[in-house]
Design a protein around this ligand. Structure first.
Ligand code: TYD
Ligand code: MG
Length: 454
């Protein structure tokens, strides 16, 4: 039987018999790649024809101890993992080139190794001398980490079988190459095959495997999405160029909470932890100025205060500009539409710029009200009192909706010296000592009270 080549879309995993420039299923361009055929044919009995061995079944109530975790000295890293490394697990750390993945993982490796976990660091990107130089610069030269440079999966698996480490770091998955697959390193089938090899090794031997993954221009881990499904934990290391701090964010975690963040600062001596990120993000804030509003957010399980800055100016163009950094532009459009339709405040003919100070990205809808306040403050050229924190979700009707963890947000604000908060009405009764809370049921009432607009 002639082997049929299969072509798959790296965006949606649809498969085709022949290549084309655009995926018929999802419409993505240049996303279809060739994939090695599945091995079928003589010697492979149909599933029904040959009996396998019966599975041993268990009850849901079977008692199992929570996985024992190994923590390192980097608390922010432990937090994002859900309390530490779990044995027999695979973790993917993705991020832009040069963001600091290798630095972070070398520091973590050194810390785990110093605590007695047998640690291997395998790099396919840098020479051993380069890594040693970095270790010396980070003051980690004496850490008992074993180092190797390799790209051949066969050699790596042989080494791992012999060494049986507790933790192995593979930097990066796109440079690794398995000779069982006929395509170049970094291609979909190679990334999938090497990832499969490493995750099965992790499960078989009880090793924690950490894979470094590059991120494409579109912000996804290069290679198929299936890699994200194959591993237990997916962490993204993100940050803005020109800003010193970095955020490690868990987007998937089979052993702990997702959406948890760890905050680091890139210094001359590697990454240092930031244990109170709100202080860092509010640091450069001057006296209160129009367009500046502090949003009391929650990232993972931790409250985080950030400054939102808006600028509203008459546009010289026929089509006004809407530019957003650090927030969702569709969400900004929605807030603008609600301000126009429900509060009668037009933004036509005005350019609108919104920036989350410090370069952090916010995903919470709870920022809606703070964004609306920043926009109005900029438009009306009046500022909110400097010690006011704002949060709340805005519905399309203009109603303000209560958000989760109101008390944690208020507590964090109060800790940082805020004395007033503007929050949605409703939800659980709010008990907040030391902070004056103003509640509003809908947006037009809120903007009327605060800015005399609407
Ligand atoms: P790196 O860990 O190599 O990034 P990645 O593995 O994600 O590609 O980090 C590279 C950058 O970090 C580089 O631009 C220099 C900077 N850096 C510091 O600022 N301080 C340091 O102590 C180290 C080791 C790197
Ligand atoms: Mg690197």
């Amino acid at each position: 039987m002639a082997k049929m080549n299969r072509y798959v879309c790296t965006e949606c995993s649809a498969s085709f018999a022949k290549w084309s420039g655009q995926c018929d299923a999802c419409g993505a361009w240049n996303a279809i790649v060739e994939e090695a055929p599945l091995s079928t044919g003589p010697g492979k009995a149909a599933l029904g024809a040959k009996r396998g061995s019966a599975l041993s079944l268990s009850d849901l109530s079977t008692e199992e101890a929570p996985p024992p975790r190994t923590a390192c000295a980097i608390e922010e890293f432990n937090r994002v993992l859900g309390g530490g490394l779990v044995p027999a697990s695979a973790t993917l750390v993705g991020g832009d080139p040069g963001i600091g993945k290798s630095t972070l993982l070398l520091q973590a490796a050194a810390s785990f190794a110093s605590r007695g976990l047998k640690t291997l660091y395998i790099s396919g990107e840098e020479a051993s001398a380069q890594i040693r130089m970095r270790a010396a610069r980070l003051g980690l030269a004496d850490a008992p980490v074993k180092l190797a440079t390799a790209t051949s999966m066969r050699d790596i698996v042989t080494t791992l079988e012999a060494e049986n480490p507790g933790l192995v770091i593979i930097d990066s998955i796109q440079t690794m190459w398995a000779d069982t697959v006929d395509s170049a390193p970094g291609s979909v089938s190679q990334v999938r095959a090497t990832c499969h090899e490493l995750t099965t090794f992790a499960k078989r031997k009880g090793t924690s495997v950490v894979l470094v993954g590059h991120v494409t221009k579109e912000g996804q881990i290069a290679g198929p999405r299936v890699v994200e499904h194959m591993v237990d934990t997916v962490l993204y290391f993100e940050g803005e160029r020109g800003h010193q701090f970095r955020i490690l964010r868990s987007v998937k975690n089979r052993f702990g909470p997702a959406d948890e963040i760890g905050v680091f600062e890139m210094t001359g001596q590697g990454l240092s932890e930031v244990s109170n990120p709100s202080e860092l993000f509010l640091a450069g804030r001057g006296s209160s100025s129009p367009g500046s509003v502090v949003f009391a957010g929650i990232e993972g399980t931790r409250p985080l205060l950030v400054e939102l800055q808006a600028l509203v100016a008459p546009t010289p163009h026929s089509q006004p500009r809407r530019a957003v950094v650090g927030w969702d532009s569709a969400r900004l459009a929605m807030v603008l539409a609600v301000l126009e339709a429900r509060c009668g405040i037009p933004f036509a003919g005005l350019d609108v710029y919104l920036n989350v100070a410090g370069g952090i990205k916010i995903t919470e809808p709870a920022a809606d009200l703070a964004v609306a306040a920043a926009l109005l403050s900029a438009r009306e050229d009046t500022s909110l009192a400097k010690d006011t924190a704002v949060f709340g979700e805005i519905g399309l009707s203009g109603a303000l909706r209560p958000v989760s963890q109101t008390e944690n947000r208020l507590k964090e604000a109060q800790k940082l010296g805020f004395t007033q908060a503007i929050v949605p009405k409703g939800g659980k009764p709010i008990s907040a000592a030391g902070i004056g809370v103003q509640t509003f049921g809908d947006l037009s009432q809120c903007v009327g009270d605060l800015f005399g607009a609407g």
